[in-house]
Write a new protein. Structure first.
Lengths: 105, 247
């Protein structure tokens, strides 16, 4: 390949990464979920904690995004909402990512 | 509990903020479906076409940004201006392309603000005063209930505004023109006993002033900078380029 082709590939990669970075920021925003008047992120860490804590406990305490404590009295309901939000967001991110990838060389 | 959006809109000789406000309100109607009150001056009121409540005030002038008039000296009165129990104060150049604000309104936090913003071109240019002794907040979006604590925050902002030079010296803030971002950062810091306070957990996607806005529609914007063109949609955007009034 000549230098112009290499530069073109580098530019396309930069553009794709820029789009990916914006898509990821959008996903982070979209993951915001308010439950029982507290702000949470419907991310993998929150889902893992809620699933683990709900095993064998009908209610438990956890921290919201501002480190304020909250009692979760209906873990299945909360977990369901977290998963719904998380998968909806990741589905959108996946579609955006596929579009970005298909435009790459 | 009543909920609504409070906007501040004052046309300047350079920028038609009333046009930007009309775009902002159309997106609020589309994605938030909340009532809107616009605090404005008598002249600008005539140019706002949107169907909303308009509250006319005599504005305080004198502040500048890049040597041009900058009418940003009213926001500390939002507690008094707001007719709502739970209020979103928003810059008119913050366009709601998502329902994020609506979700945040369901929270119990009596005062929420962003601490983080990022440039959609990802150039790491948004942290612009690293010398200051406190973290900046972005007064672009404020969510508050009317409580004694939030009244104290707004009253402290008034105090900071009256003695802005002193507070700039105290906190080693080099930007000497009055900025709501700093005034609210100082007030929150003081009212919270110089400790952490509750925040909106994400980062404001910001379209920088030097980016060209090629297209604006109901879903988002096409933006160009340095021959790079990107499409950003379905996420809230804060436009620093006031050319959005004319796109």
């Amino acid at each position: 390949m000549n230098i112009d082709q290499l530069k073109k590939i580098a530019k396309q990669s930069y553009d794709a990464n820029l789009q990916k970075a914006n898509a990821l920021k959008k996903a982070e925003s979209d993951q915001i979920l308010v439950y029982k008047n507290h702000i949470f992120h419907a991310d993998a860490e929150t889902i893992c904690f809620v699933r683990t804590a709900s095993e064998g406990m009908s209610s438990f305490f956890m921290l919201d995004s501002n480190s304020n404590p909250v009692e979760i009295t209906d873990p299945p309901e909360f977990l369901d909402l977290l998963l719904q939000r998380n998968q909806s967001v990741l589905n959108t991110y996946h579609q955006l990512y596929q579009n970005i990838k298909n435009r790459k060389v | 509990m009543t909920k609504g959006v409070l906007l501040y809109c004052f046309d300047t000789p350079q920028v038609s903020y009333s046009k930007i406000t009309d775009r902002c309100i159309s997106l609020i109607e589309r994605n938030l479906d909340l009532p809107v009150t616009v605090v404005t001056d008598a002249d600008t009121k005539l140019r706002i076409k949107s169907n909303c409540d308009k509250h006319v005030v005599d504005i305080e002038k004198g502040n500048t940004k890049f040597s041009k008039p900058w009418y940003n000296l009213e926001r500390h009165l939002a507690f008094e201006h707001s007719p709502y129990d739970r209020t979103v104060v928003m810059d008119v150049d913050y366009f709601c392309y998502s329902d994020k604000i609506l979700r945040l309104l369901e929270s119990e936090n009596d005062f929420l603000v962003h601490k983080n913003a990022h440039d959609v071109m990802h150039r790491e240019i948004m942290r612009y005063d690293r010398q200051a002794m406190l973290d900046l907040v972005w007064a672009t979006v404020l969510i508050f209930n009317k409580t004694p604590r939030t009244k104290a925050i707004f009253d402290t902002v008034k105090l900071v505004k009256q003695n802005y030079q002193h507070y700039c010296n105290l906190y080693r803030i080099s930007y000497m023109n009055f900025r709501n971002d700093y005034a609210f950062a100082i007030a929150l810091n003081q009212i919270n006993g110089h400790r952490d306070y509750d925040l909106i957990p994400d980062s404001i996607a910001t379209v920088p002033a030097d980016a060209e806005i090629l297209e604006l529609n109901d879903k988002g914007a096409v933006i160009r900078w340095d021959n790079k063109t990107i499409l950003v949609q379905d996420q809230d955007l804060h436009f620093l380029n006031k050319e959005i009034a004319y796109v």
